[in-house]
Design a protein around this ligand. Structure first.
Ligand code: SF4
Length: 448
């Protein structure tokens, strides 16, 4: 196990992007609108290959205080019933500009809590999607759920539509932490839902954990890890809590005095990493752990790992269209985000429009930097090409970065220490982040 002292943590703990995209969202243009999106879709229509489709279902029963996702608390389920017809209209807007590209290789339902819709509402939505697009025979279908509101009926509908992957939020099983973050969920409830999924043919279960929450300590988190390891999910995501109350106002209720220090956070992370590796998991990128037989482990070996707004994915190279409030489409040469505000998004869709809040077209130079950054984030290395810029070499050989990387025959790879700070290595390939004003940098999370 890597031992890291406080000095090393302090050296590499800084504000920085998680690089689920490059350029990152705060650097996109507010002036990007429907016209640019239609042009981007028309260009995508001329390319080939199946697409990935992401659907954002923003509704939740209530708000968890740590949440960093776009969501609408809809306790009485008054809004969920309105969603299917709106989604159908928005899918039509996308599909009409993609007449030649309707094949889907990957579908992901995210949120919010997709299972806060009733199973009948979910079934309607999946039927609508199936009418607009063609799913390839082996298309991967996955969903994010909150076990506390997910029923057997939901699982049966999903299984009937061919879903094989399910991701469940856990965060921490410690009762004190759950009480503070407003999310009560027992080990038994989680175990029963996993069993129900497996009985109905789901081949992959992911559990999300978060470290850095109030009242967490390495000692207490050890017990959550024991439960999680016993549940034996194929994938585990271990995210660092990002405290950004300026962006997510509900986070201001967090008791700051109970947040663990950077050092304690790093202790929890390293303990988790050690325990998961000892339990037979493989670490993927910064915050994902998978069993060796999982597709993601294979993708890591073959260099086919891909990173997008959902984290790591095995569908390298597939362009993603995304619908629903706040959803972000990632095409080869452009990214854009739909309006995150439920009422504004709904109004636009009712008028037959796409409400775009931000977007960006990527020129060749930007695509090159994106590929370099994603190579670090996904493959933990970069190959030297003929046109490898000198300032990248200077960055890799700098006093701060050199302990994180090692030169080899084909380029540079991350050292064991570097694997823990891939974001810090990648930041040197991102001149636009380094040029941002301090105020804007505070929209990003700490690297530890
Ligand atoms: S259930 Fe998920 S999306 Fe909804 S508030 Fe909690 S963390 Fe956020």
């Amino acid at each position: 196990m890597i031992q890291i002292d406080a000095e090393t943590v302090a050296r590499y703990d800084r504000l920085g992007p998680r690089y689920t995209s490059y350029p990152t969202v705060p650097q996109w243009h507010d002036s990007y609108g429907q016209g640019e999106v239609i042009s981007a879709l028309k260009r995508a229509n001329l390319r080939s290959g199946p697409l990935s489709l992401y659907i954002h279902l923003p509704f939740c029963k209530s708000t968890c205080s740590f949440c960093g996702c776009n969501h609408v608390a809809d306790q009485k389920q008054k809004l969920t019933a309105q969603f299917a017809p709106l989604l159908e209209k928005e899918l039509d807007l996308f599909a009409s500009n993609l007449p030649k590209r309707r094949d889907i290789v990957q579908l992901h339902l995210g949120g919010g809590t997709p299972t806060w819709l009733t199973s009948i509402q979910l079934d309607t939505i999946l039927n609508v999607v199936g009418e607009k697009f063609n799913f390839l025979v082996n298309a991967e279908k996955s969903i994010e759920v909150h076990p506390a509101v997910t029923t057997i009926s939901h699982i049966e509908v999903l299984a009937a539509h061919g879903f094989q992957r399910i991701s469940m939020g856990v965060q921490d099983f410690d009762p004190q932490v759950q009480e503070i973050i407003g999310r009560i969920q027992s080990v038994d409830m989680t175990r029963e839902l996993i069993a129900a999924c497996r009985e109905r043919g789901f081949s992959s279960v992911n559990l999300d954990l978060i470290y850095g929450l109030p009242a967490q300590t390495a000692n207490k988190f050890d017990s959550t890890l024991t439960h999680v390891i016993n549940l034996r999910p194929e994938r585990i995501a271990l995210y660092s809590y990002a405290h950004l109350p300026a962006r997510f106002s509900h986070q201001s209720t967090m008791p700051l005095e109970l947040l663990p220090s950077s050092e304690e956070k790093m202790k929890i992370f390293l303990l988790s990493r050690r325990r998961l590796l000892e339990a037979g998991y493989i670490d993927i990128g910064m915050d994902h752990f998978v069993l060796p037989e999982d597709d993601m482990a294979k993708a890591l070996l073959t260099g086919e790992l891909h990173r997008n707004f959902m984290g790591y994915s095995t569908k390298a190279g597939s362009e993603m269209i995304a619908v629903g409030p706040s959803a972000i489409s990632m095409l080869e040469d452009s990214y854009f985000q739909l309006n995150p505000h439920w009422a504004s998004w709904r109004r636009a869709v009712e008028m037959g429009e796409l409400s775009i809040v931000k977007g960006i077209n990527l020129d060749e130079e930007t695509q090159k930097r994106r590929d370099a950054i994603m190579s670090w984030m996904c493959n933990r290395r970069i190959d030297k090409g003929e046109d490898f810029p000198n300032h990248w070499i200077t960055h890799l050989k700098s006093e701060t970065i050199s302990p994180l990387v090692e030169e080899d025959e084909h380029g540079w790879h991350a050292t064991n220490l570097g694997n823990l700070f891939l974001r810090v290595i990648a930041m040197g390939f991102d001149p636009s982040f380094n040029g941002l004003e301090e105020e804007v940098k505070h929209q990003y999370s700490q690297t530890v």
